[in-house]
Ligand binder design. Structure first.
Ligand code: PGA
Length: 314
């Protein structure tokens, strides 16, 4: 039988997303390339694997059998690779990480130090939102996941590695920017720019207001932290962001952190992996590196931004 691991992993991605297009995005392939891989797999196996139901591509009964077999096969290959990598130790190996988008402001610095010390290691980093990281964590797709708050409802090991306060922001000329101890009720009358559904930032801020019987009037939903900042700078409304995303704008004064009663919301960056997962030597070493250095890397953000600002002015 001429089926390849590549075909199995492409098929798994289509089955997971129920879409050729979204699988193509995830895999960085064109949609026709994804389609061809699945078609070749179907031809080799002599069965139809997917049914189109409305807009979704759903696995047929045979497709579900193949999903299960593909998972087992790819897991077995991964375990084999991991054992070989363990034999080689930290000299070479692969580290796969999934992080929430707010962590991209400090994690690359930690990775940089780690890769300098261990130049043979290849890293794959997925940056997405909380909901997508939780799905990857549940499916054990990465060595380690980084989230803005502890994962809920999953059987995982999670360790706090640094503070992750969440703040409300405004343009410096906004009327609330100069006020102190602003009541949440007052803030909830302003138009808000919120991240997409599935974002941990959005979940946290909505929970805070909901617990006080308040709903934030949403002016616009935006899919990234940078888009939120630009929209706040553009005067479209107030925003909520993890403080660590703001180092650069804090240094330039382009955004103001509001003094709202109850804020900042105190949270902790978490590194997590499924309970019982066998961590590779590389993943163990990176976990130790995170525990030892994350706090310092987070705190260095504003200083690095100041240096960047000074360099830009020279
Ligand atoms: P996110 O970040 O908004 O990109 O999902 C998660 C978080 O800070 O909890």
């Amino acid at each position: 039988m001429r089926i390849s691991l590549r075909q199995l992993s492409v098929f798994l991605s289509v089955a997971r997303h129920q879409s050729y297009t979204r699988a193509a995005e995830e895999l960085n392939l064109t949609q026709p390339a994804v389609f061809t891989q699945v078609k070749q797999l179907e031809d080799s196996l002599g069965v139809a694997l997917l049914d189109r139901i409305g807009k979704r591509m759903q696995p047929t009964d045979a497709g579900r059998v193949v999903v299960e077999g593909a998972r087992e096969t790819l897991d077995a290959v991964e375990r084999m690779e991991m054992r070989l990598a363990d034999m080689r130790g930290l000299r070479e190996g692969r580290l796969t990480l999934a992080i929430v988008s707010t962590a991209q402001y400090f994690l690359p610095r930690l990775l940089g130090q780690f890769c300098d010390a261990n130049p043979g290691i290849e890293v794959a980093l997925t940056v997405t939102n909380r909901q997508a990281v939780l799905a990857r964590l549940a499916a054990s797709e990465d060595d380690l996941c980084i989230l803005g708050t502890p994962p809920e409802g999953l059987d995982v090991v999670a360790r706090a590695i640094a503070d992750n306060p969440l703040v409300l922001i405004a343009r410096p000329d906004h009327p609330l920017a100069a006020e102190v101890n602003i009541p949440p009720e007052r803030v909830a009358r302003e138009p808000f720019l919120l991240r997409e559904r599935g974002s941990g930032t959005r979940l946290t801020v909505e929970r805070f207001f909901r617990a006080r019987g308040l709903t934030l009037p949403m002016r616009m939903e935006l899919g990234s932290n940078e888009a939120i900042k630009q929209a706040v700078i553009g005067g479209l409304g107030l925003g909520a962001l993890s403080r660590d995303t703001l180092a650069l704008e804090g240094a330039t004064g382009a955004l103001k952190v509001l003094d709202v009663a109850g804020f900042p919301l105190l949270r902790q960056w978490q590194v997590a992996y499924p309970r019982g997962k066998h961590l590779s030597v590389v993943a163990e070493a990176f976990l130790d590196h995170l525990v030892a250095h994350a706090r310092q890397a987070v705190e260095a953000g504003p200083a690095i931004a100041r240096i960047a600002k000074e360099a830009a002015q020279e």
